[in-house]
Design a protein around this ligand. Structure first.
Ligand code: NI
Length: 139
């Protein structure tokens, strides 16, 4: 981290009002904290667009394990990517539904591809990839 610099921002008053409501809802301490977070988020997304960055993400899946072949297909996909899927959590939500959270590590492009393959398995009710970062590689 370098030194902290203050800078002024010109902004439309209506836009600032909306921004302040967002700050309130998201629980930021102040505008500076919110702006820093937004900048970091935009920089992380820019890096991921290249696809070559090493990253880590979680894939959340909800599915009904009674659906024919579904559990087998998901297990098969996970074994196919055993090098990248570093951890898996399984919760039996109720008599029918399962929740799985997988931690996937690798190049951003690869993590996205694995997530798409898992979420795309027919019968998966809900699936979402969240990519994250330690933030240390950011300036
Ligand atoms: Ni289960």
């Amino acid at each position: 981290m370098g030194e902290t610099i203050r800078f002024g921002v010109s902004i439309d008053d209506k836009l600032l009002e909306s921004f302040d409501r967002l700050i309130d809802r998201k629980g930021y301490m102040n505008r500076s904290e919110a702006i820093r977070d937004l900048i970091r988020g935009a920089l992380v997304e820019l890096k991921w667009e290249g696809g070559e960055e090493e990253t880590v993400g979680t894939v959340t899946l909800v599915y009904n394990h009674h659906v024919r072949d579904l559990s087998d297909k998901l297990t098969e996909q996970q074994h196919l990517h055993h090098g990248e899927i570093v951890s898996a959590l399984h919760v039996h939500l109720d008599a029918h539904n399962c929740l799985e959270v997988l931690v996937v590590r690798g190049k951003a492009r690869e993590v996205k591809r694995i997530a798409d393959a898992l979420i795309g398995v027919k019968g998966v009710k809900h699936g979402k990839l969240v990519m994250t970062t330690t933030g240390e590689e950011l300036p």
